[in-house]
Design a protein around this ligand. Sequence first.
Ligand code: EPU
Length: 303
Amino acid sequence: MRISDPKLIAAITALGVEHKVGVSLAQKTSLEIGGTSDVLVIHRHESLPELIHLLKESSVPHRFLGGGSNVLLPDGELPWLILQLARQEPDVRFEGNNVYVDCASDLGRTVTTCAKHDLGGMEGLIGVPGSIGGALRMNAGAYGTQIGTFVREVKIFRAASGQIETLTGSEINFEYRHTSFALDDIMLTVRLELPSKPYSEILQGIRICNEKRRASQPLNQKSAGCIFKNPPGGSAGRMIDELGLKGHSVGDARVSDRHANFFINAGHATAADMLALIADVRRRVREKYGVELEEEVIVWKAP
Ligand code: EPU
């Protein structure tokens, strides 16, 4: 979506929000799939209430994009203006076992920064791509660790109230790859409470998780991580593998040879290719196992 109303552009700029015209969003996602749109980069959290109010008043459809590592965007000109948060400086602040992290920060980098301060617990999350905000929204997890365990407080922009609010950890439900945040809430800052652990011990845990991940996941390819959630008690990857679907493709969208629940962009895959592959695999799993797989990746469907 392009915005051209000079009055609206002037009001946006007056808030200190940066307006980028006709951005290729494929560059902003790990799948490297997605069309184009204008992007608004928000440098100060405080400008959000007024900015969103302005956009609503002007009937401009908008969506917030985080780290782009767990999302499938549509092809062509997107029907939404895209909002992104600029990382705040400093992005991590320590107070004893409490860590205040800017939600635009990279998850992996945060895990290692905390390790250097002898704060551990999040070793399993090393190698999970994306931002802290995205990890919070999805309750990212790996190797027995979920980020929700450590969350004590989250500052968010609440779309429902149009205000910035602070929620305590107990006010948020963290489930398997699901939280009680509303779809249009924007994560701003989080306070994590992490257990003390010597750096060398944390590093050892990080190494083990990195090795496990390297051995089983296609890390150097364009993907959005696992495409489907695991069904209760089962493994989507194992079922897809057992169906002999590794390497199965639609256009350049392909089931990874390394991990069958990773669908990769093997060249110039479009969203249409990827959606067709998702639908095809889901149908085959349903027919063979009677299980309806649910997407883990967030699919942005154009109206
Ligand atoms: N398996 C196969 N073939 C495959 C892939 C897996 O037979 O192609 C088998 C494995 O041998 C294993 C079982 O399936 O016995 C489970 O596989 P794995 O240990 O790789 O774990 P997963 O359940 O497929 C989950 C998360 C990953 C996370 C890993 C490690 C989901 C959907 N996936 O994968 O998270 O990294 O555990 O903890 O919950 C993600 O969220 O995007 C993601 C990749």
